[in-house]
Design a protein around this ligand. Sequence first.
Ligand code: IVH
Length: 696
Amino acid sequence: MTTPAAVIVDAAGYAQAVEDAVKASAAYYTGGTSVLDDDSYDRLVRGIAAWEADHPDQVLPESPSGKVAGGAVEGDVPHTVAMLSLDNVFSAEEFTAWTVSLARRTGHEVTRFSVEPKLDGLAIAARYVDGRLTRLITRGDGTAGEDVSHAIGTIEGLPAELTEPVTVEVRGEVLMTTAQFEHANEVRTAHDGQPFANPRGASAGTLRAKERAYTVPMTFFGYGLLPLAGTEAGLAKRLGELAHSELMDRTAELGVNTTATTPVPGITADTVEEVLTRVQEIGALRAGLPFGIDGIVIKADLAADQRAAGSGSRAPRWAIAYKLPAVEKITRLLEVEWNVGRTGIIAPRAVLEPVEIDGATITYATLHNPGDITRRDLRLGDHVMVHRAGDVIPRVEAPVAHLRTGDEQPIVFPEVCPRCGSGIDTSELRWRCEQGRNCHLVAALSYAAGRDQLDIEGLGHTRVVQLVEAGLVADLADLFALTRDQLLGLERMGETSTDNLLAAIVTAKGQPLSRVLCALGVRGTGRSMSRRIARYFATMDNIRAADAESMQRVEGIGTEKAPSIVAELVELAPLIDKLAAAGVNMTEPGATPPAPVTDEAGAEGVEVPDAADGPLAGMTVVVTGAMTGPLEKLSRNQMNELIERAGGRSSSSVSKKTTLVVAGDNAGSKRAKAETLGIRLATPDEFAILIADHLD
Ligand code: IVH
């Protein structure tokens, strides 16, 4: 799972490696951006360790091996108890081996662990005297840290006053959430500062900065609670006896933020298997978290086990970091492409020097919109920090500004639509071709004909190109006016394919409203939102009659989305009329229209319909793994449609709100999570019986 150690061949190479590592580590802990990403740094340190193992008599005193923070930083405020680092494991096997060595030290198998995310920020100690926050200290070299009390008041989750007047030290991680990081860079570039490359560097820099004209917020998560010199004796004794999980509960009671408030709260586990399941779960949730994590920390939960295991000079022996693969790498921004999507949106995309992140080679990354490029102060030729987690499209986080040579070039924004040469509507964040969805008709039609929309078999991309180039279709509704002769006139179109395509087009007219709506490609609505809108309003007429306020009654549509959907529907009105005239279905089977209501002021609205009925009424269902039996042929979208037809709510992630998980073959972390949370599981066959009446 890990990349190999850097290869060091001689003493000179070793000395250089030590120098590079110390420099990178200093930048990492003191707020600079390192020229090395985490992965490259880890490889260097492992290379150094390997060389030192072979040449124990030549180890340099400044070597980072065996030191907290790689020996790069120091401080002048002594810690009462050393602030240690953690040893790492990279696989289930290494973790299991660690539990064996732990059992050797404690004299028995450990059967209570705490498992929590490894937050990717900086360790700090927050001293509270009589309940008041008096001092903030960085980890430093572990025995003494730097006083960063000037940051008091800028860290969310670390209150100025505790809920009880106690004298304690809270330890934990300071970080920036993704939103805080974006904000910090915005403020920083507005003050002519260089942007930070990633949230971690941004928190390190921000925490140490003393005289800035601006402050930017950060977030704290506590992971330790200990007595101080002035702590009342009874409390000090109790703190020493509590399990880690109990200390975390106390920390939260005192008003300090902990991981309990996140989608990945710390939990306790009794067996190695349970720990590994939780590691999987946290790994699976990582991409969607609002902050960065770089692993999972597993601790012997009980104070007695911790005491028995003891600590080394660098790391405790009762805790271990299970590292997750790196999600960030530094590479170069070579070019910016401007692509027009099916709705006419002109989206910038970064072309990168290929870089491997977690097993995939990344050559493109999303840049969101032009404003984003300006805000990030990106330039062509920049070294950039690229972030990729899970299956999410990689994104450029920020430039690594101190690696600039001066040869970087500004990114040129298009003045006309790069596809059709029309003007560009720049009034919104995302730029759009003035031709709207007509600009990229082929993309719009291919999407509409797709399996999850109108499902017109035989109408793939190439066929759509043919139809558009032959001038036979200028919008979606024209498809329904195609004649046999017109189709026969196309190249490679025989009688059979023509008849099949015509039949498929006729069938498409009968698709439910949800799919017709989805085929229209209303911006801000995908498959599941289209289904929700269609089920709520039941007919296209009702949808079109809805104003922004009634649109917001649909689950998941907020104040921002509602007016834009309403405006899009106005823009689409001529097309919708044309589709209706062509005989395309405009109703949602099984849905009851909301009754019109008039409030006291006489304004019209719609009433929330009664909760749906059906075998899944009131249930939230998640489907995972491969379906078998009668459900085998159904796509995930079709499964979700089925769930909703049967009165349920479909969801893609398992949470406490989930009522049923349909787990097919090779179901992975979602099934495991359902088991941990005690959620009802069903096989595809069992589920098919449950919803038999709704299978068509
Ligand atoms: S426990 C003595 N718990 O990871 C125990 N550390 O690589 C040491 N970290 O210095 C810390 N999340 O800055 C602990 N849930 C967590 C953590 C965590 C992040 C950081 C911490 C530590 C570093 C070691």
